[in-house]
Structure formats: structure tokens, C-alpha cells
Design a protein. Structure first.
Length: 224
């Protein structure tokens, strides 16, 4: 007999390090902000804090060390098989420091999210905070976006801004941006799991309305 309840959405999270964004997602699931279950955490590096966070939350944690494979394609194929074994509705990159092959990305079109520590399209790639400070920018931030084969080039969904202070070091700036990441990533995952967020033809949509080319600017006092 059907209970009338919707099946719980399944999320797989990929990490490479401390997993602080993973923790924000775990907490949001526990608090029922995100109505979904993180069914697995996969790290491409052993002995990282993020694996400890998953274990503490009783989430299966797998290590698939990219150094054990002779090519990026071989690693991605093994990673793909592992992810698919959990039958996820959504795959979330949370500090996953690997460039994924187009064949991998295309397997999860519209179901693969990433967070990048800049106001995309500015500063794709690495060293984002250092580059923003060196350029004399007045603000920095983070962007959640759908992943496409183009590096950090998928359609932005939600951005958060922080001011760059004159005396800021890259570490100072990184810490302030990271706090905002912990706000916006669970929000976007919540939108997806609630059926509000979709991607089609290279564009992101919220509640059926197209999201602009820079994403929605997050307002902590007026969260959607």
C-alpha cells in the first residue's frame, strides 16, 4: 500500500579535503532544511577531515585515490561507477579538486553542482582570493553553479558577496568567503531537492524563471 510520501532524494557528495561545505550540507539534512539523504561521500584523497565528518554522521565514505589510476579518464570511469552504485538524484562537488572529463560531466547533466570561491565569471580556476586582492577588487565572494564540461563555466545559480578590506590577506578573505559558502550551498541544494531548481539548454531556472548570467545575489536577510 502506498503511503503517499515522496521518496527521499539521494545525494552523493565528492570531496578532497576538510569538508566544511559537506558539514553544512549534513547539518541542513539533519535539520530538515534539505529534504534529502546524503547516501555517500567520496574523496579522491585519503586521510582528510571530510571523511571523518562523513563517518561521524554515519554516511558511507569511500576513498578513490586518483593517484592509483594511470589517466584522468580511468579515474573518472571508476568514480562514475562508484557514484552510480548509489543511484543519486544529485551529485554535489564540495571542495573536490579534480577537473572532471566531459564524458563524466555529461552523465549528470542538470544534476551536478559545484561551489567556486569567486564571483563567476571572474577568476575561474585556482588562487581566486589572491587574484582578486592583486587586482584591487572591492569585493569577492562565491558562486554555486551547475557543472558543465567547461571549467567553472556552467550556469551560475546563487552568489554571495563579501567586501575586500585594505589589510586583507588571502587567508582573511578566504575565511569570510567560506562562511558565506556555508550559507548559499545548502540553500541551492534545498532548491534542487524541493523541485524548484532546474537546468536546461545551458541555463539555470528557479521556479520556472531563468536565472541571469551572474546568478542570484544572496541576501541573508531575505532568503528565498
Amino acid at each position: 500500500m502506498s503511503t503517499g510520501q515522496k521518496p527521499t532524494l539521494r545525494i552523493v557528495v565528492l570531496i578532497s579535503g576538510s569538508g566544511s561545505n559537506l558539514q553544512s550540507l549534513i547539518d541542513a539534512c539533519i535539520n530538515n532544511k534539505i529534504k534529502a539523504q546524503i547516501t555517500a561521500v567520496i574523496s579522491n584523497k585519503p586521510n582528510v577531515k571530510g571523511v571523518e565528518r562523513a563517518t561521524a554522521a554515519n554516511i558511507p565514505a569511500l576513498i578513490i585515490d586518483h593517484r592509483d589510476f594511470s589517466s584522468r579518464q580511468e579515474f573518472d570511469l571508476h568514480l562514475l561507477e562508484a557514484i552510480k552504485s548509489f543511484e543519486p538524484d544529485l551529485v554535489v562537488l564540495a571542495g573536490f579538486m579534480r577537473i572532471l572529463t566531459p564524458d563524466f560531466v555529461n552523465q549528470f547533466e542538470g544534476k551536478l553542482l559545484n561551489i567556486h570561491p569567486s564571483l563567476l565569471p571572474a577568476y575561474q580556476g585556482l588562487d581566486t582570493h589572491q587574484r582578486a586582492i592583486a587586482a584591487g577588487d572591492s569585493k569577492a565572494g562565491a558562486t554555486v553553479h551547475f557543472v558543465t564540461p567547461e571549467l567553472d563555466g556552467g550556469p551560475p545559480i546563487l552568489q554571495a558577496e563579501v567586501a575586500i578590506m585594505p589589510a586583507d590577506s588571502t587567508q582573511d578573505l578566504a575565511e569570510r568567503v567560506l562562511k558565506m559558502e556555508h550559507e548559499i550551498y545548502p540553500t541551492v541544494v534545498q532548491w534542487f531537492c524541493d523541485g524548484r531548481l532546474t537546468a536546461e539548454n545551458g541555463k539555470a531556472f528557479l521556479d520556472g524563471a531563468i536565472i541571469g548570467s551572474n546568478g542570484i545575489l544572496f541576501d541573508i536577510n531575505n532568503e528565498r
